[in-house]
Write a protein that binds this ligand. Structure first.
Ligand code: G3P
Ligand code: MG
Length: 241
């Protein structure tokens, strides 16, 4: 079973540093987080990078679709200044660079596979290839999650030893079938829609429940009282860290 803290830093610590950058992981560590979540996407040339949106506009000084750019193009972009000039020239990290940073920091991770259209299998394959090559022995195995069943199925077929989590916005009726198919250890749900009944049902199957994204201490306390095991947060919530 996974040993998770109550708070997991979302995209590093998204509220206090530019999301999904090495600066964000370093800040999360500084603030006392022991686990972070981040998103993995593929570039046009098949590199696995840590990035959230399909478009570059919101979190970089670039334009266009991430999936249409090569890593050589993306590596020139500034993914920090949009957040704050303190983070000028902060690059988009590759998954490999991110794992090396986590190893140095001693930070555990939930890796969310975030395929763009039609890349569910390829994104999962590449993520796994990099994990197999670079994941350090001193860290616990990463929790791998995805909204894409096809991505999770791909990971499960290639390496059934990694802990998996199915991600949902709203829990569907057939969640148990999917969870059993990939031997999911956790179901990760949107905190806006999750109910006590759903949490109880999932916990009865021996699985963990994680909820995203909780930026309010009272809400976090309520969800944890309901049985949620950990919440993803953009900030170190008072009374928790
Ligand atoms: O993994 C939890 C959360 O990150 C899922 O949503 O859109 O922030 O990747 P999103
Ligand atoms: Mg995510």
């Amino acid at each position: 079973m996974l040993h998770l803290p109550k708070l997991i830093g979302h995209r590093g610590v998204k509220g206090l540093a530019p999301e999904n950058t090495l600066a964000s992981f370093k800040k999360a560590k500084e603030l006392g987080f022991s686990w972070v979540e981040f998103d993995v996407m593929l570039t046009a040339c098949g590199e696995a990078i840590v990035f959230h949106d399909p478009l570059l506009r919101r979190t970089t000084n670039g334009k266009g679709r991430v999936a249409r750019k090569t890593y050589a193009e993306l590596s020139k972009l500034d993914a920090g200044t949009w957040f704050n000039s303190e983070f000028v020239n902060e690059p988009i990290p590759t998954l490999q660079q991110t794992i090396q940073c986590l190893a140095q920091l001693g930070l555990q991770a939930n890796i969310e596979i975030k395929p763009t259209r039609g890349t569910d299998i390829a994104t999962a394959q590449k993520t796994l290839e990099i994990i197999h090559e670079y994941w350090p022995q001193q860290l616990a195995k990463p929790l791998i999650s995805s909204f894409s069943q096809l991505s999770l199925a791909t990971v499960y077929a290639l390496d059934s030893s990694l802990p998996l989590a199915m991600l949902y916005n709203k829990l569907p009726r057939d969640w148990k079938k999917t969870a059993e198919a990939f031997n999911c250890v956790s179901i990760n749900l949107n905190q806006k829609y999750v109910t006590l009944a759903q949490i109880t049902q999932i916990k009865q199957t021996g699985r963990l429940v994680l909820a995203y994204t909780v930026n309010d201490s009272q809400r976090a306390e309520l969800l944890l009282d309901w049985g949620v095991d950990a919440v993803f947060t953009d900030y170190p919530l008072p009374n928790f860290c």
